[in-house]
Design a protein around this ligand. Structure first.
Ligand SMILES: [Zn+2]
Length: 145
């Protein structure tokens, strides 16, 4: 019995040593594959904040600041790329989707005429309030309650 247990332990140890040397693991498989990347990202952001602060209070020279900032941004880019890579892996066969920012609606917010800057008759807009429209000459205040 003891021999059997010893054998089992020996085998387990052998398998462990041969099979799962921690440094050989390419990537631990965490519950969330992004957890450690998020941590790194947060750390870099914190460094950037500290850097900016030290620069503002005059502890860093312009040159040091720019160099360190560039390093940190490079590191950040690497982390982001890693995030993309992991994401692509998770999606399996699907190709990596480049993270394109949502298209910004190019709508020119048409302010309501109540601001007194937009002519209620011809819709001409002016940087400041006018009594009469510079385009059509009609009174612009009329609409205002
Ligand atoms: Zn007008």
């Amino acid at each position: 019995m003891i021999i059997a247990i010893t054998c089992v332990i020996a085998i387990v140890v052998l398998v462990f040593v041969l099979g799962v040397r921690p440094k050989d693991l390419p990537e631990p498989e965490p519950v969330s594959p992004f957890a450690h990347l998020d941590e790194r990202k947060a750390a870099i952001y914190e460094n950037l904040r500290d850097l900016q602060f030290e620069y503002r209070v005059g502890k860093l020279s312009d040159n040091d600041y720019q160099l360190t900032k560039k390093d940190l941004q490079k590191e950040l880019a690497a982390v982001m790329a890693e995030v993309d890579r992991v994401k692509a892996q998770l999606l399996g066969s699907r190709p990596a989707v480049p993270t394109t920012p949502a298209p910004i609606p190019a709508q020119k917010a048409k302010a309501p005429a109540v601001d007194g800057f937009t002519c209620p008759h011809c819709d001409a807009r002016f940087p400041q309030e006018l009594k009469f429209c510079g385009e059509c000459g009609k009174p612009m205040k009329a609409v205002r309650a």
